[in-house]
Design a protein around this ligand. Sequence first.
Ligand code: PLP
Length: 384
Amino acid sequence: MTDRPTQLKLAPETRAAQALHYIHPMHGAVVPGIEPASTFARDADYAPMGDAVYARDGGPTTQHAEAVLADMEGAAAAMAFTSGMSAVVCLLETLEAGDHVVCPVVGYHGTIGWLHRMAEKRGVKATFYDATEPGALEAAVTPGTKLAWIETPTNPNWDVTDIAHAAEVAHAAGALLAVDCTVAPPCTTKALELGADIVFHSATKYLNGHSDITAGVLAVTETGALWDEMRMIRTLQGTALAAFEAWLLIRGMRTLHLRFERASESALAIARHFEGHPGVEAVLYPGLESHPGHEIARRQMTGGFGGMLSLLARDEAAARTIATSTQVFLPATSLGGVESLIEHRIAVEGPHSVVAPNLLRLSVGIEAVSDLIADLEQAIERAS
Ligand SMILES: *Cc1c(COP(=O)(O)O)cnc(C)c1O
């Protein structure tokens, strides 16, 4: 982003904190501005003056956010979208009738719902596999499978899938591996370096981190025909992230490492505190040794286990009481923000949900962990 040379090999958090060593080339501002223009003038030779022509394809602020994202992921390129789901839809839109896709049974309901729609309306063949069952992914992927979609850790049970292994399985069948790494952002897991071809994030969550935009990301190891098709789809659907949201995303990403570290530390403390607690049946958190995915998580979540965990209350009524009794945790959906959230998940997903009725999903923010523990204690007390 500047001409100033550097010989130092910088850590990812250094590059992220400075939004890629940003200095405005004319007046020296150390924070990027917002470029809201929808159209961009040409020079005397009628050539575009910069990389942008028309904002539906993404303007300079969006391109800056994408440069930071690509750098964080170690990606050849990244695209920012108006939401996580618009990024998912863009990727799935490249599938044709007869193409085979595999996807976990338990995972983000929007993605699963859209795949069902693609199967019903477009003749895409979808196989849903149980990510908790060893060998289930291998059994679901067949020679000729086009796309293997995995999510790790899986919302809302936080089951962990081994990305490097999934990449081997997918590639052996000639499939591309796409990973929903929303819950494990690049400060802890670099899916592309582990062998994935495409990494997806709902940037609404950790990447932005302040619950004030919706955004999505696709990043890839190599650009080519698929990338060009996805760019074309994004341009024609008009789902490129707009300038103001891109600016907020850049601002959020500058503190990603710090926020994630704090959330991980607090979530682990909460998980340990409530594991074995008389008012709680179980704590689901990949950072606990008791979690079935702990060993894989230790290898592939190198920057912390994150701020997402679930508590199983004694029963559904207790879960409902706890979710409506917290004074610090805010009763809202979403995750990855600086404020802690609690959610009675089945009530949000609706009647088709396969989530346990007594499951409470927690998104741990950056508040004092003592306040968070005290809050859950008083809410659990009320339910017993
Ligand atoms: C939120 C979320 C999505 C969808 O992203 P939006 O930004 O809400 O469109 C996809 N996957 C996971 C794991 C999510 O948490």
